[in-house]
Design a protein around this ligand. Structure first.
Ligand SMILES: Nc1ncnc2c1ncn2[C@@H]1O[C@H](COP(=O)(O)OP(=O)(O)O)[C@@H](O)[C@H]1O
Ligand SMILES: [Mg+2]
Length: 161
């Protein structure tokens, strides 16, 4: 398990670019962390890295926002305000050909969604944020190891073990 120090939003963008460049397809990612931990900032940067140029809306009330990207769709979910996991059934996500799932507040219902490959755990660290990667599937293990093997990512300091 390795942790990256993300000092400022530019560092989050660099990290998102590295994640986007190495992601398997499909990839299911849980974005974990308290309010303000930087989950939406990371999600927005990741979508930008995939070429999304229009407005990236927060899925706080809609639960999901969908974006066409090369090779399928990117889905950004925020389950913070979900009342009941049954609400997920009404989103019509069963037949989606998704290349990427980015799920904020997965602990509130992502059991009803595809099984995760990677957890990105974000927390406050100094004036910035710390990001820890945890593999949740064999695909996720290879992904995490590939990122760790790159060592220093462009624009970021060495990860801490
Ligand atoms: N790496 C970072 N360093 C410093 N501030 C950050 C970083 N990432 C995000 N922030 C700031 O943290 C605040 C909350 O970010 P947000 O992504 O909305 O959090 P969350 O979705 O986890 O609630 C925003 O003001 C954002 O600019
Ligand atoms: Mg958010």
């Amino acid at each position: 398990m390795s942790a990256w120090q993300l000092d400022g939003e530019a560092a989050t963008q660099a990290f998102a670019q590295a994640l986007a460049a190495t992601a398997p397809a499909p990839a299911v990612v849980h974005l974990q962390g308290d309010l303000g931990a930087g989950k939406s900032t990371l999600a927005r940067a990741w979508l930008r890295a995939l070429g999304v140029t229009g407005t990236v809306r927060s899925p706080t009330y809609t639960l999901v926002e969908r974006y066409p990207v090369p090779g399928g769709e990117a889905l950004h979910l925020d389950l913070y305000r979900i009342g009941d996991v049954g609400e997920l059934e009404f989103l019509g996500l069963d037949d989606v050909v998704a290349r990427l799932w980015l799920i904020e507040w997965p602990e509130r219902g992502a059991d009803a969604l595809p099984r995760p490959d990677l957890r990105v755990a974000l927390s406050l660290s100094g004036n910035g944020r710390s990001a820890r990667l945890e593999a949740l599937s064999p695909v996720g293990e290879r992904w995490r190891d590939a990122l760790a093997a790159q060592g220093r990512l462009p624009g970021l300091p060495e990860p801490k073990p």
